[in-house]
Ligand binder design. Sequence first.
Ligand code: SF4
Ligand code: SF4
Length: 362
Amino acid sequence: MQYRELGRTGLRVSAIGLGCAMIGNSTVEYATRIVHRAIDLGVNYFDTARGYWDSEAKLGVALEGGLRERVVISTKTGAKTRDAAWQHIQESLQRLRTAYLDNCHLHGLATAEDAAERTGPGGALEALIEAKRRGLIRHIGCTSHRSDVLIAALERFDFEIILVPMNIVETEPLETLIPLCHERGVGVTIMKPLATGLLPAPLALKWLLNQPIATAVPGASTLAEVEENSKVGHGDATLSAREVAEAARLRRELEHERCRICDQCLPCAAGINIPEHLGTDVMFDHLRTMGREGFLAYPWSRDTLAKDLESRQKAIAAIEACDHCGDCESRCPHGLPVMAMLGRQLPAFRDMVGMYGEMLRT
Ligand code: SF4
Ligand code: SF4
């Protein structure tokens, strides 16, 4: 495995990490096997969050028995206030069964105003600073789906690590954000490396290894996926002429298909969470990558199935209520055909509801 410096933190991290959102959806036994396989393959950077179902708890179980000291744990708090963030940190430490967090991010800064609120007086950042002073956290980072918001956050505080989406289609961070991070010694970690299942893993990860980043954190819901992803960090990352051409083709093809999760299409009059369905829908991504048979056979946690059944039914009702006002499309800066994309997802969403019912009955 290739290892890289994580900014000025002094940590050396595997160029391919593990995004742990997906392990929150499987049984604890299978999640443990995924984490252990990743470690066997040289992965030492684990990106989780209290918001990823019970991913923290499953990662904590998997790292028991002496593995914790071999890895870097990065988690997140979406809290706005100091008090709420302090509570989150205590809970994350408990769930992860650890005495310290290597990194804690302010999770999902939505706008510059949101960043100002959370880094301002009484904001969540104050709790992270205090936790670092007490040795409960070693580094402080922040995440956003928007480069401009991360730049605004870095103007307000000297964060040590950032997490931002980047992939063959979404290259905006390369323009200003990443050069700024290098200038300031900020560790650059990358989410959505496969554009939520739209890109082929080996090429997408190899492309990222050629960018000025510390680590990419693809999620993996199966042992086969964690093996495929991790092995990219083992070999020669030089892109062949054929791979460069294929990356360019994918960029052209997906430019107006890949949702950047920037929220600029909101609000939707029908209450549809457009960025979630088009850009971050983990269960829909699972169905797309596993296929129907694989989805039905997967060892899902029953809690995940029950929760997604409920939210999926609400999503279907909301999408069916879309009155085609067109506001989302006129606001989308990337020219996405939002209405058509949501319409294309509906049959799969209905199928998922049927499958959940079937799986929960067994
Ligand atoms: S067209 Fe449909 S999805 Fe778009 S904003 Fe209007 S109601 Fe919402
Ligand atoms: S649909 Fe467009 S505006 Fe809405 S989140 Fe995706 S990229 Fe942003």
